[in-house]
Design a protein around this ligand. Structure first.
Ligand code: 16G
Length: 248
């Protein structure tokens, strides 16, 4: 199957701006159409694609510019809702799946429960100002959260419900971060080009009752960057722990 013309053009434009500093003006629809010998419609779709991927920004009346590549992600036990509100964005969610399922071997071992025990599976697209930012697939201990499946997580924050309804206060967790290539269905949902690089976060959060949440989140690589506080190693070795692990 050949790629549509606008995809090739978007790819060429992506390569052209790859090294350009943030704020560099990029060709207008008309200029791009002229220099590439395509219709204005094709040029517009190519530019749209890079705007959606977060590589270009459009400023009304001024033109299109190379965008700041990424949004910083805190390495803390915060919720998507709180993160986005703190940055001045309007968070929203679309629920892809929300149901009770029996734990398989892997999930049972994460929760230190038995296979077959009830787990609440929640898959959501997370949006900021209407733009898809992440896909999250969460598993939660359903035995400790009776009625969790009756909440409408298109409107409610998971962490808020856990705290307000069930008194769950997370006191720690682990977050493993890996680079990956978007699955075709995820790329479509996130409106990113097929085969795009993504960051995959696997978060295990615990409360005093043990592991409560196990969530895999997929973030487009072009829209996010990670930053971590670094501190000198002290004699007591009390510097914050973070590690880059080789995937096995
Ligand atoms: C964050 C967490 C996710 C958690 C969600 C709750 C990461 C990588 N993941 O997205 O594990 O389930 O927040 O968000 O940060 P909510 O309270 O807005 O529903």
């Amino acid at each position: 199957m050949t790629e549509p013309k606008y995809r090739d053009l978007a790819e060429a434009l992506r390569r052209r701006i790859a090294q350009a500093p943030v704020g560099t003006p990029t060709p207008s629809e008309r200029e791009l159409a002229e220099e590439s010998g395509v219709s204005r419609m094709t040029a517009r779709r190519a530019i749209d694609e890079l705007v959606r991927a977060g590589l270009l920004t459009r400023e009304v009346g001024r033109g299109t510019f190379v965008a700041h590549p990424a949004v910083g992600m805190p390495l803390q036990l915060t919720s998507f809702t709180d993160d986005m509100l703190a940055r001045g964005h309007v968070p929203s969610s679309e629920v892809l799946e929300a149901r009770l399922v029996p734990a398989d071997e892997q999930i049972a071992s994460v929760f230190q429960r038995d296979p077959g025990d009830p787990v609440f599976l929640l898959s959501r697209v997370r949006l900021a100002d209407g733009v898809p930012m992440a896909i999250e697939r969460s598993h939660l201990r359903a035995d400790l959260l009776p009625g969790i499946e009756s909440h409408d997580f298109a409107r409610e924050s998971l962490y808020r419900v856990l705290l307000d309804e069930y008194g769950v206060r997370f006191d720690g967790g682990e977050q493993v971060i890996r680079a990956a290539i978007a699955r075709p269905d995820d790329a479509k949902t996130l409106k990113i080009p097929p085969q795009s690089a993504v960051l995959e976060f696997v978060r295990t959060s615990s409360s005093d009752a043990g592991v409560m949440e196990w969530t895999t989140s997929i973030y487009p690589g072009t829209r996010f960057e990670l930053s971590a506080q670094i501190a000198p190693v002290t004699a007591q070795g009390s510097a914050p722990r973070s590690a880059l692990r080789v995937r096995g």
